[in-house]
Design a protein around this ligand. Structure first.
Ligand SMILES: *Cc1c(COP(=O)(O)O)cnc(C)c1O
Length: 375
């Protein structure tokens, strides 16, 4: 009889589901519809910071499919990536930290926001084919944009640059719109009107004027002008906390190890948590490198099999430990960190509260080794 070599069984590790952020295009679309119901203005879908962590192309496609007319990013490279993915609507880039390649901007039909006389001069000097420009007014943030006092000089330079640049828009940004109180926006709105009128008097136009982001769009029609720029709102975050939008991401992982432990068992680095009674622990394969905040208030939890279970001990780089009480979950059990379902599934907003931060930092903090998918 011939000996038969039997290959060792393949490792089952591959069956564990890797940490994944699934983006829900339907939720993005629904959020665009909600903004549409709140304004007559055009909608720019802002997909900077990789679409607030949810995938710039995925979020952009979903928003455009739902009727968003424009896309917004912070540099030309991000805009080119959207063009390469087939997105054809107008795109504005407004920070350009690495400077602007005028030829690339013109070739890919990317509009450029210009927030100082110097930036405008540089752009005019570099421009071959005309570059479409939005003049960026500082409406009270001292964080980019040209103060109204510099507006005459900006317009003088813009006039000289005619032919190399084309002024098509004026933008500002609201410093206090998340207060949800129109009185907090009044000064910025007035400045915006004055700046717009000054540009029109110089003979530029027609102009697309835009000031509001998600909060302004949802709470103060006086801020809408010709377009609203929606970023956080696309993925379900309303910074004014006046609307409940649809969460657009589901962050899942799996149990990588589980154990029954007696009372008095220290958990994690430093033994900062010690079990009060016999219980079960599940180790979940996500940590602060994946975007789990390290400093969390009591109550921070994940969902496993329809119930919430609290994180215990310190968050590690690659793992968290969850106290599952009487339940013991086998390795491979699915865990939801956050998602739109409600009930036992935590929301991004809850994670922000547990971490003492805003929801934006939770979604933009999700690490690169978390796989992205489309749900
Ligand atoms: C990020 C950003 C937006 C979008 O703001 P949200 O509050 O996320 O909607 C709009 N405009 C500018 C200039 C931004 O930087």
């Amino acid at each position: 009889m011939t000996a038969v070599l039997i290959a060792p069984e393949r490792t089952r590790l591959s069956l564990l589901s890797a940490p994944t952020l699934a983006t829900l295009p339907d939720a993005v679309g629904e959020n665009v519809h909600r903004v549409r119901a709140a304004t007559d203005a055009r909608i720019m879908a802002v997909v900077k910071a990789d679409g607030y962590g949810h995938g710039a192309v995925t979020v952009a496609r979903a928003a455009v499919d739902a009727g968003a007319e424009w896309l917004g990013v912070t540099d030309v490279a991000e805009a080119v990536a959207l063009r390469d993915a087939g997105l054809a609507v107008p795109i504005l880039s407004w920070l350009n930290p690495a400077g602007v390649d005028a030829a690339e901007a013109a070739a890919h039909r990317v509009d450029i926001a210009v927030g100082s006389v110097e930036e405008l001069r540089d752009l005019i000097a570099d421009a071959g084919a005309p570059v479409r420009v939005h003049l960026h007014l500082d409406t009270g943030m001292s964080r980019g944009g040209s103060p109204f006092e510099e507006w005459p000089e900006l317009l003088r330079v813009a006039r000289q640059g005619r032919g190399r640049i084309e002024v098509v828009g004026v933008m500002g940004h609201l410093p206090r719109a998340d207060e949800g109180d129109p009185r907090a926006n009044a000064a910025a709105v007035l400045r915006m009107r004055q700046a717009r009128d000054a540009v029109l008097r110089e003979g530029f136009g027609p102009l697309l004027v835009h000031l509001a982001a998600t909060s302004g769009a949802l709470t103060d029609p006086a801020t809408h002008f010709g377009m609203v720029r929606i970023g956080a709102g696309l993925v379900g975050i309303d910074p004014s906390e006046t609307e409940t939008l649809d969460g657009a991401g589901r962050f899942t992982a799996s149990v990588v190890h589980s154990a029954a432990v007696p009372a008095g068992t220290p958990v994690g680095y430093g033994g900062t948590y010690v079990t009060a009674s016999a219980t079960h622990l599940s180790v979940v394969g996500v940590g602060y490198a994946d975007g789990i905040p390290r400093d969390l208030a009591a109550g921070a939890s994940v969902e496993i099999c329809g119930a919430r279970h609290p994180l215990v001990g310190r968050v590690s780089m690659d793992q968290i430990v969850v106290d599952t009480g009487a339940a013991q979950f086998p390795r491979g059990t699915a865990v939801t960190v956050f998602g739109p379902e409600g009930g036992a599934v935590p929301s991004v907003q809850e994670w922000a509260r547990w971490a003492g931060t805003i929801p934006h930092t939770i979604v933009t903090g999700i690490g690169t080794r978390v796989q992205r998918s489309i749900a």
